[in-house]
Design a protein around this ligand. Structure first.
Ligand SMILES: *[C@@H]1O[C@H](CO)[C@@H](O)[C@H](O)[C@H]1NC(C)=O
Ligand SMILES: *[C@@H]1O[C@H](CO)[C@@H](O)[C@H](O)[C@H]1NC(C)=O
Length: 222
């Protein structure tokens, strides 16, 4: 019910009659209805502003929401595995791609390391490239070779590798760790530590098995 209604009572004959009130009563009623209207107005302006701000925040969040980098394992091989003999001159070749799928966010890769594990123990590691900046919608190829000082296979591990090989498959895990920052316009985020884990199977010829090639590696942050 509207608060500025003046009550009109109907008598049994159907004729409206006004109830008599003092002037002070009406002044009070007018005053009351003005302040009610004002507070309703302020309330609705406030709610409208809140709604608009909410919509703007939602749109910003939708357009800026960072996608994590997409890491794929493209190539992986240990040709020496095919020859069965020494590991001294063995080489491990890898090719990994990192894609920035974001529309408006660039990514700084300030440090990056690739480590290869066999049975949960590192058999080699290398730091890659110089720090670089990745534009939105851009893909960076990370490839390299582990050998000599960066490939740390002991003779026992090599024997275990050869034993796995004779069973048809040697399973490794390639891990990418990187320290990255997101860049939006002129603002850049703090550092985030990225981890990508790529399981990889290699056949007796030392080459990556088809079922592991071009697989997307799970990525998480710590
Ligand atoms: C690495 O893989 C990508 C994607 O398959 C390919 O375009 C690129 O030529 C490869 N680079 C090397 C050095 O193998
Ligand atoms: C990726 O970035 C490089 C260097 O900024 C640029 O030359 C190249 O055109 C970019 N590629 C794509 C697909 O935007």
């Amino acid at each position: 019910m509207n608060s500025n209604q003046i009550p009109i009572h109907t008598n049994p004959a159907g004729r409206p009659i006004k109830r008599h009130h003092t002037a002070r009563y009406y002044v009070h009623r007018v005053h009351e209805s003005l302040s009610t209207r004002l507070s309703k107005l302020v309330c609705s302006i406030f709610l409208t502003l809140l709604l608009i701000m909410g919509i703007i925040t939602f749109i910003l969040w939708l357009s800026l929401r960072p996608h994590r980098p997409r890491i794929h394992l493209r190539e992986f091989s240990i040709p020496a595995l095919a020859q069965q003999n020494g590991f001294e001159n063995a080489q491990l070749i890898f090719n990994v791609t990192a894609r920035n799928a974001n529309q408006n966010i660039g990514i700084y890769y300030d440090a990056m390391q690739i480590t290869v594990y066999y049975e949960d123990r590192s058999i080699g590691s290398t730091s890659l490239l110089h720090p670089f900046f990745q534009e939105p919608k851009n893909t960076t190829v990370l490839f390299g070779t582990l050998s000599g000082a960066t490939l740390t296979v002991t003779s026992e591990r090599w024997s275990a590798l050869l034993a796995d090989r004779s069973r048809g498959t040697v399973i490794f895990r390639l891990e990418v760790t990187a320290s990255i920052r997101f860049k939006v316009s002129t603002w850049s985020s703090k550092h985030h530590k990225l981890h990508a884990k790529c399981p990889v199977g290699v056949g007796p010829d030392g080459l990556i098995l088809a079922s592991y090639k071009d697989k997307r590696c799970p990525v998480y942050f710590t």
